[in-house]
Design a protein around this ligand. Structure first.
Ligand code: BGC
Length: 875
């Protein structure tokens, strides 16, 4: 076998990404075909750069050592618009491998001075119609290289010479526009030609001008106007460069879109469309001059660090019922984010209406949980056969109602296009319990539905905000299941920018001035604000990206300083706005923060934990003084926690699952005796509740870990496999296809909970999947980037087998175990460059290197609990 390196990838970008923002991108590669015991002694990296005019540089670099993940750029920083090709050769100590295949990436516009485009758009209209923009241009010769750099105040979709450009949706996404405005890059070489050309741009309100937020919400928050920022750069066959930039002279006119909103949907009248509008032949005499705007001087145009939103899958209805003539209710079988694509025909002026909802009541859409979001698309036909999909909206739904339909509804007439940030799937879980398998599937769909450019709380109602707490608790699960680091790098930059401006980590990023938060003091809100420390840490663990940790360090430090200031010398969080163990099942439906666990206990526990994690971050980055300060601080907070929230004999004053779980997982017990007693009490609480869960956003992610660490893994399984309300599997038995916001979003009597706050697609309570991966299947990173892996499966409950696979930065890691009367059979796969500890119940841990390894462990059905405790401690 000959080891062969893969085509390298750049930063966290997908292969062949255009318009990246790094002049010195880090490189990662995998190695295929390496023999057991393989080690990389050195690598040779060949770099080929090409400018749009075809000028090339070539260099080769010798890199001693084993590094193959996020390896610093070995060559000189590249300029804007550079096509980069890199290939790698590895030395295993005996010989050099052959060259691997080339990996490609292309930089965008790295310097603000590269931009000549200015924002241009229609005059602000009172009726809210978004309008369109177009421009024509002449090319003297055929193009050899053409790129469209595109952004907007609002949302934009481009057409060149009558054809849509690219497959990205909701461009340019949602960033904290006042600080950072993203742009997208498209290859349009095949779409432009010698002679006359036209560029047409659809506009939508999106996040810029649309209605956002709960309650009264905000509208036109970023601006009153819509505008495109478009720069088309062409090099032709004669080597001439042509730049067509949005600015004065571009034209604007009405299109068929009457209104377009993310929450409310899109209203389109095809009678006002002229498909030639984006061709040079179009007569634009009725079009007028554009209004030219300015770029916000405080806001930079930035390249994406993650993937765009795309249609990632299409769903066909699993049932279609005609409720009355022409009115159909469709079930797509799966709750998700997306929108419909329809093939329709009918007389000009005939109107079709599409509504969306997550659940049905009495066979009809139940839209109360959407609150004020209309989630309704309207299409007025022009008398021709059309295939149509709204452009600038997205809905969260499983069911859709189609009204105004004539004739039968045939397969393919209406499909649902699933929209999501196109993050690559990297994690899988399997097990012998079909209900648990479905629960895991629901977690995956929760991530897909809520990663639509920004990590949101929910995708359906008038909210869909980047709630920090939701992501904070879900991040470990997300980072296992999907390659989210690129996407979250951008979001964390926004978080730092908002924090800097507000002197506060706001509860949602991008921040919007929404009551009640505008009226409340800007207190540090635990669990939510802790995202500033904990999420960079999680992403670093998943990918080994220390630069991300470094970049977010000031934000993390600033967060802890805020908590420290607010807690004062007593080191106990008190008298502040806290969301606490949000939505524990006993909290009153209308007051979800009134959980049974004292919110200041939760906040102080998080204070200690965040200080400890910041200390660890600082150590990783070689910031030893900071590390020491934070270690001391964490110790002081732990003592304060014990004084304030534990009884003199070391029991939590709040006798709740959450209090015990936080104390256990965050290491807040004063000594081993109280820790053991706390663990026992937690197990007892679970038994007393007959396996019903009693935790909210703060307790849920840690409760199964706490039981495992305390040596009560059977009680963890009892929670996990309970089907009583409230529990995870209760939701599955009620037919959930995503994770619910509330444990009892549908009550046992079948009624839907509180109409003002019941989403069926909130990922937070799905944070248990992280435990499924690490403990049930038994696959956990034990060093950043999975360079060292811990396989420590702990069978329990009714499971007879389980497994997990993760596409780690070094390659595929996997484990499968099954139980047989003679014991446990385990098979693990370790990729080259990785070492692993295999820690099976009842056996001493074993170290392995890359390769496939099998184990037979003649253990009793129930694991040795002390081993589990030790294994978790070793992490
Ligand atoms: C959101 C949550 C969020 C919470 C905090 C809700 O409206 O949907 O998921 O974290 O508010 O207040």
């Amino acid at each position: 076998m000959v080891p062969t390196p893969s085509a390298p990838v750049f930063e966290h970008h997908a292969p062949h990404r255009l318009g990246t923002g790094e002049a010195a991108p880090r490189l990662s590669w995998l190695v295929d075909g390496a023999a057991q015991g393989y080690r990389q002694h050195a690598a040779r990296v060949q770099v080929l750069t090409t400018t749009p005019r075809g000028q090339q540089t070539r260099s080769t670099h010798h890199l001693p050592g084993p590094d193959q993940v996020l390896v610093p750029w070995p060559s000189a920083p590249v300029a804007s618009r550079t096509r980069i090709a890199v290939r790698v050769q590895v030395d295993d100590g005996d010989a050099w491998s052959p060259w691997g295949p080339w990996g490609h990436v292309e930089t965008g516009l790295l310097d603000p001075a590269d931009w000549t485009a200015r924002p241009v758009g229609p005059p602000p209209s009172q009726d809210g119609e978004p309008g369109r923009v177009r421009a024509t241009f002449h090319l003297p010769a055929d193009p050899v290289h053409a790129r469209l750099y595109l952004s907007a105040h609002g949302l934009v979709e481009a057409e060149v010479n009558g054809r849509r450009v690219g497959d990205e949706e909701l461009t340019p996404g949602w960033t904290s526009y006042r600080h950072r405005l993203r742009y997208a890059t498209f290859d349009v070489t095949e779409q432009v030609r010698a002679g006359e050309n036209a560029l047409g741009l659809w506009l939508g309100d999106g996040w810029w001008r649309g209605r956002l937020g709960f309650g009264e919400g905000v509208e036109r928050f970023y601006g009153d106007h819509l505008a495109v920022i478009a720069q088309l750069e062409v090099v032709d066959a004669d080597g001439e460069r042509h730049v067509v930039s949005s600015g004065p002279g571009w034209r604007t006119g009405r299109g068929p879109v009457r209104a377009s909103g993310l929450y409310d949907g899109e209203h389109v009248d095809l009678r006002d469309d002229d498909p030639s509008w984006s061709t040079p032949e179009h007569d634009d005499a009725t079009w007028g001059p554009v209004v030219v705007h300015e770029l916000d001087p405080g806001s930079a145009l930035v390249a994406p660090t993650g993937p765009p939103v795309r249609c990632v899958e299409e769903l066909e209805p699993v049932s279609a019922v005609e409720r009355e003539p022409g009115r159909w209710v469709l079930d797509f079988g799966q709750n998700h984010s997306g929108r419909l694509q329809v093939r329709a025909s009918g007389p000009a002026g005939h109107q079709l209406r599409f509504r969306h909802a997550e659940v049905l009541v009495d066979g009809e859409l139940h839209t109360a949980p959407l609150r004020s979001a209309l989630a309704t698309d309207v299409l007025v036909l022009d008398g021709t056969d059309v295939e149509w999909e709204p452009r600038f909206t997205v809905h969260g739904y499983r069911y859709a109602e189609v009204s105004g339909w004539s004739g039968p509804l045939r397969p393919g007439d209406v499909v649902s296009r699933v929209l999501s940030s196109d993050v690559p799937r990297t994690g899988w879980f399997r097990c012998s319990d079909p209900l648990l398998q479905r629960l895991h599937e629901n977690v995956v769909w929760g991530a897909r539905s809520n990663f639509v450019d920004v990590p949101t709380d929910c995708p359906q109602r008038d909210e869909r905000l980047g709630w920090t707490g939701d992501l904070q608790v879900f991040a470990p699960t997300a980072a296992f299941l999907f390659g989210v680091t690129g996407m979250l790098t951008s979001w964390l930059r926004d978080l730092a920018a908002e924090q800097e401006e507000l002197d506060w980590v706001p509860p949602f990023v991008p921040y919007l001035p929404l009551p009640p938060f505008t009226e409340l003091p800007r207190d540090p809100m635990a669990v939510w604000g802790d995202v500033a420390v904990l999420t960079p840490d999680v992403l670093h663990t998943a990918t080994g990206d220390a630069a991300l940790l470094r970049a977010q360090l000031p934000s993390a430090v600033r967060w802890l300083q805020h908590v420290e200031r607010s807690a004062g010398p007593g080191r106990v969080v008190h008298d502040t706005e806290q969301l606490g163990d949000w939505l524990d099942p006993a909290a009153p439906p209308e007051n979800p923060f009134e959980a049974t666990t004292d919110r200041f206990l939760v906040a102080t526990a998080y204070f200690a934990h965040a200080a400890a994690r910041l200390a660890a971050t600082a150590r990783t980055l070689g910031e030893d003084r900071l590390a020491h300060e934070q270690e001391v601080l964490a110790g002081e907070v732990r003592s304060a926690f014990a004084r304030e929230f534990l009884t003199p004999d070391g029991r939590p004053r709040d006798d709740t699952q959450t209090a015990h779980a936080l104390a256990t997982v965050f290491g807040l017990w004063p000594d081993e005796r109280t820790a053991a007693a706390g663990g026992r009490r937690l197990a007892e609480l679970v038994r007393e509740a007959d396996g019903r869960i009693a935790t909210g956003f703060a307790g849920t992610p840690v409760v199964c870990d706490a039981l495992t660490r305390a040596g009560h893994v059977e009680e963890a399984y009892r929670l996990l496999q309970s089907t009583h309300c409230p529990s995870w599997l209760y939701t599955v038995l009620q037919g959930a296809t995503t994770i619910w916001e509330r444990w009892d979003a549908i009550r046992p009597d079948g009624s839907v909970n509180d109409p003002t706050m019941t989403s069926f697609n909130h990922y937070a309570l799905g944070a248990v999947a992280d435990w499924l991966h690490r403990v049930v299947a038994g696959l956990a990173p034990a060093a950043p980037g999975y360079r060292h892996v811990l396989f420590a499966p702990r069978p329990g409950g009714t499971l007879t087998s389980a497994g997990a696979t993760h596409s780690s930065p070094y390659g595929t890691v996997s484990i499968d175990w099954s139980l047989a009367p003679e014991g446990m059979h385990v098979e693990v796969v370790v990729p080259p460059g990785v070492t692993a500890t295999v820690d099976l119940p009842g056996a001493p841990p074993v170290q392995v290197e890359h390769g496939r390894h099998t184990f037979h462990q003649p253990v009793p059905r129930h694991p040795d609990q002390h081993d589990q405790h030790d294994a978790q401690e070793a992490l």
